[in-house]
Design a protein around this ligand. Sequence first.
Ligand code: ADP
Ligand code: 5GP
Length: 215
Amino acid sequence: MSGLVPTPADTLRPSWTPPARGALFVVSGASGTGKTTLLRAALDQLPGLEFSVSVTTRAMRPGEAHGRDYWFISPEEYAGRVARGELLEHAGVYDRAYGTPRAPVEAALAEGRSIVLDIDVQGARQVRARMPEAVSVFILPPSVASMEARLRARGDADEVIRRRMAQCTEQLAGAREYDYLVLNDDLAAAHVQFQAVIVAELLRRERRMAWVDRL
Ligand code: ADP
Ligand code: 5GP
């Protein structure tokens, strides 16, 4: 392979113009498969892409920030948001409640900004039902053992690891419902594959007719 070939992200930035409507990406995968790692790089390297900050009732982990990783809210506030219909989807995951605020997603898409949701398979089902335009990507680990090793290396507690591993079969079974599968074995390769999916979606004709009309 030639080192002269740019990555998908490299190709997008120089002539970047926002699309007519933003794209909605839904990313899932069992815990420890590398979703956060892949997402952070994509958000950093691709123009016009934003992260949907979820609400959660779980405690903040070291290194996390309120409003950047999650909005950390009380169970009472969460119940209120569900009751008022403010969440695009919501689900209980690993004994905690999570949800995607609806208004920022709708505003982003209408303004030509793309948005990426890191949510579980139950949440992804709700988003597909409500917004069929959503493009879903499932991140797969090379093996179940590697997933456990990554959780350990990340510093998750034994009890947390045990619970997450118990749920991983259920999450993996959901993989068949997704549009794209990315295998995160070699990390550099997974970054390029994941970003290739995003770039391709941003080049869909319905988003880019302005390029034709201009000619
Ligand atoms: P998730 O968000 O899916 O729970 P993370 O992105 O937090 O997963 O990744 C879990 C751990 O595995 C992190 O410490 C991360 O640095 C590491 N990791 C991610 N991808 C790879 C990979 N391809 N090879 C080795 N380690 C990886
Ligand atoms: P963590 O607590 O490790 O950040 O995330 C645990 C799981 O919750 C991950 O599978 C993640 O994708 C999922 N998750 C995070 N935010 C949301 C959300 O808003 N909705 C749903 N349904 N799942 C979420």
